[in-house]
Ligand binder design. Structure first.
Ligand code: ADP
Length: 531
C-alpha cells in the first residue's frame, strides 16, 4: 500500500503546478477578453472617424463640382468669345475658387484657345494657357470621355499644385474642350478652414500633399485611431486625415490600462509562482524536519536503551553473587557508573535542547573567568576521556579579562564538544582545549586530530537533528542536537560557533564570547569575577 504521507506529497507537488497553470490560463483569458473589448471599442471609433473623413472629403468635392456645373451651364462653346462676358459677372459669387475658364478647339491640329476669361488677369494667365496647351492637355483623359462628362486633373507642375475641371463638348461638327482652373492656394486658405475647421472641438483634420507634407492643419500623429483617405474626385492627389479628439484620450486611456493590466498580470504571476515555490519549499522542509525528528526519537531511544541494558546486566550479575573477584566487581561497578553518567548527560542535553527549542532557555550572564569555567569542565570530563583513550591538553590564555557568560551553559558547550571528540576523533589520541582573546572577544576552541568533517557536511552540522554522513554510516551513537545546542548557546551570549576542518587531519570547533564590559559585579561566592 502507498504511504499516505508520500501520496499527499505527490498530490501537493502535482496540484501546485496545476494551480499555477490554471491561474495563468485565467489571467491570459481575462487579458485577451479585455483586449477584445478594447478592439471593439477602437473599431467603433475608427468607423465613426472614417464616416467623418468621408463626409468632409465629399463636402469639398461637392463644393468644387457645384462650381464646375455653374461654369458648364454658362459656357457656350459656339460663342467662345463671350465666356468672360457670361461668366465673370457672377464668378465671385457663384464660383469663388475658379480662377480662369478656357475654351479650346480640339478639331484643329494645334489645339487653338478660342476663349479665355480670368478673374484676376495677370502674367500667370499666359503661363497657364501655355501649360494647358503644351503639357497639361497631354495628361487629360480626352479619348474615351463621353461628351459633357465632368472630369478633374490634380497634379503638380513646376512644383505648383494644379486642379482643373474639364469636359468635352461637341457642336456644329467640332470638338471643344472647356477647362476651369481652380485656385488651389485659395482653396487651402479660404475654403479648407471653412469646411474643416474644428468648431465643436471634436475632431482634428489635416491634409497632406502628394509627398505627405502638411498642406492644412497641424500634422496629425499617425496613430491607430487616425483615419486617412485621399479625396475621391477632385483633389485626389492629396490625403485627408481625421482624428477624433476623444480618440486621443481613448487611445491614451487604452494604452494606460493595457500597461496597468500587463503589470498587474505580471505581478500576480510572480506572486503566485513565488508563493507556490515557497509552499513547495516549506512542504519539503517540513517533510525533512519530520523525518529528522523521527530519526531523532529513534536515536534518543537507542541511546537510552544501550546504557540502561548495560547497567541492568551488570547489576544482575553483581546481585547473582557469581562475580568472584573484587577486581571484577569494581570493574562492573565502574561500567555502571560510566553508563549512568552517560545517561544523565544525554538526558540533560535533551532537556536543554527541548528548552531551547521551545524558546524557554534562560541564561544567567555575569562576569566570569573563562579559564576557570573551562578548567572545571575539563576536570569533570578528563577521567572519562582518558578511560576512552583520549588525552586532553589545556592551553589557557594568561591575563584574560572577565567574560560575559553563563557558566553552566558554557560547560554544556564544552562537554558536548569533548564528547564529540571522543566519539569522532578518538583515533587522534589527543584533544587540545584552548582559550584566547582579543580586544573585544574571547575564544574557546576544541581541536582534535580525528578524521575531520566532509565539506558537504560542514554547512549543516550546526542545524538541529543533523548528523554527518560518516557518523551515520559508521553507526556512531548520536542524536544530532549537540552542535545545535553549542551554536544556540554561543549566539545567546552574543558570540558565534563555527568549525574549521580538514578531512584526514582533524577539526577545530571555535566558540567566541564577548568580554565583560562595564563595572564588575559584587562578590557572591558563585565563582563570578568580582570587583
Ligand atoms: P551527534 O554527535 O549526536 O551526531 P552533533 O550535533 O554533536 O550530533 O554533531 C553533528 C555532526 O557533526 C555529527 O553527526 C558528526 O558527523 C559531526 N561532528 C561533530 N563533531 C565532530 C568531530 N569532532 N569530528 C568529526 N565530526 C564531527
Amino acid at each position: 500500500m502507498a504511504d499516505p504521507t508520500n501520496r499527499k506529497r505527490r498530490v501537493t507537488f502535482l496540484l501546485l503546478p496545476a494551480i499555477v497553470a490554471a491561474v495563468l490560463v485565467v489571467g491570459a483569458f481575462l487579458y485577451r477578453a479585455s483586449r477584445q473589448i478594447e478592439q471593439v471599442r477602437k473599431l467603433s471609433v475608427i468607423e465613426a472617424t472614417l464616416s467623418l473623413a468621408n463626409e468632409k472629403a465629399d463636402r469639398l468635392d461637392r463644393l468644387i463640382i457645384e462650381q464646375d456645373n455653374a461654369v458648364s451651364s454658362l459656357v457656350d462653346v459656339t460663342l467662345p468669345h463671350e465666356v468672360a462676358q457670361k461668366w465673370l459677372p457672377t464668378a465671385a459669387r457663384e464660383t469663388p475658387t475658379i480662377r480662369a475658364v478656357l475654351v479650346i478647339d480640339l478639331s484643329v491640329r494645334d489645339a487653338q484657345v478660342l476663349g479665355f476669361a480670368s478673374r484676376s488677369p495677370g502674367p500667370e494667365d499666359e503661363a497657364f494657357r501655355r501649360l494647358v496647351v503644351h503639357k497639361l492637355r497631354a495628361d487629360l483623359d480626352l479619348g474615351t470621355a463621353p461628351s459633357d462628362e465632368l472630369r478633374h486633373l490634380h497634379k503638380p507642375y513646376g512644383g505648383q499644385s494644379y486642379l482643373v475641371s474639364y469636359w468635352l463638348r461637341a457642336a456644329v461638327g467640332r470638338r471643344y474642350l472647356v477647362v476651369a482652373w481652380h485656385d488651389v492656394p485659395r482653396l487651402v486658405h479660404e475654403v479648407f478652414p471653412r469646411l474643416f475647421a474644428d468648431q465643436s472641438g471634436k475632431a482634428r483634420v489635416s491634409i497632406a500633399d502628394e509627398e505627405g507634407r502638411p498642406v492644412y492643419g497641424s500634422a496629425v500623429r499617425a496613430g491607430e485611431l487616425t483615419v486617412g483617405r485621399p479625396f475621391p474626385t477632385t483633389l485626389y492627389g492629396w490625403r485627408i486625415s481625421v482624428t477624433l479628439t476623444s480618440a486621443d484620450e481613448l487611445g491614451e486611456r487604452i494604452e494606460r490600462r493595457r500597461t496597468l493590466e500587463l503589470v498587474l498580470v505580471a505581478i500576480a504571476c510572480v506572486v503566485i509562482i513565488a508563493g507556490v515555490g515557497f509552499v513547495l519549499y516549506a512542504v519539503e522542509e517540513e517533510r525533512r524536519l519530520s523525518e529528522q525528528k523521527s530519526e531523532f526519537v529513534a536515536n534518543v531511544s537507542h541511546e537510552l536503551k544501550t546504557p540502561l541494558s548495560l547497567v541492568r546486566m551488570f547489576a544482575e550479575l553483581l546481585l547473582s553473587g557469581r562475580v568472584a573477584s573484587d577486581e571484577k566487581r569494581k570493574q562492573y561497578l565502574e561500567i555502571m557508573l560510566t553508563e549512568s553518567e552517560r545517561l544523565t548527560a544525554l538526558i540533560e542535553n535533551v532537556l536543554d535542547f527541548a528548552r531551547v527549542d521551545r524558546g524557554r532557555a534562560t541564561f544567567d550572564f555575569s562576569a566570569y573567568s573563562l579559564s576557570e569555567v573551562v578548567q572545571r569542565a575539563v576536570e569533570i570530563y578528563r577521567y572519562r576521556a582518558e578511560r576512552e583513550g583520549l588525552e586532553i591538553d589545556v592551553s589557557l590564555a594568561e591575563d584574560m579579562p572577565p567574560v560575559r557568560l553563563d557558566p553552566r551553559a558554557i560547560e554544556l558547550c564544552l562537554i558536548n564538544l569533548l564528547d564529540n571528540a571522543i566519539k569522532y576523533a578518538k583515533d587522534g589520541g589527543r584533544v587540545t582545549v584552548k582559550t584566547a582573546f582579543d580586544g573585544r572577544m574571547a575564544t574557546l576552541s576544541v581541536e582534535d586530530r580525528g578524521a575531520g568533517i566532509a565539506p558537504e557536511d560542514i554547512r549543516r552540522i550546526f542545524d538541529r537533528f543533523v548528523r554527518g554522513k560518516s557518523a551515520r554510516d559508521a553507526r556512531i551513537r548520536g542524536t544530532g542536537i549537540g552542535l545545535s545546542l553549542v551554536k544556540h548557546i554561543a549566539e545567546a551570549h552574543g558570540g558565534t560557533a563555527r568549525v574549521e576542518s580538514e578531512v584526514g587531519r582533524g577539526s577545530r570547533f571555535i566558540v567566541t564570547l564577548p568580554l565583560w564590559r562595564g563595572p564588575l559585579p559584587s562578590p557572591d561566592g558563585s565563582g563570578k569575577v568580582a570587583s
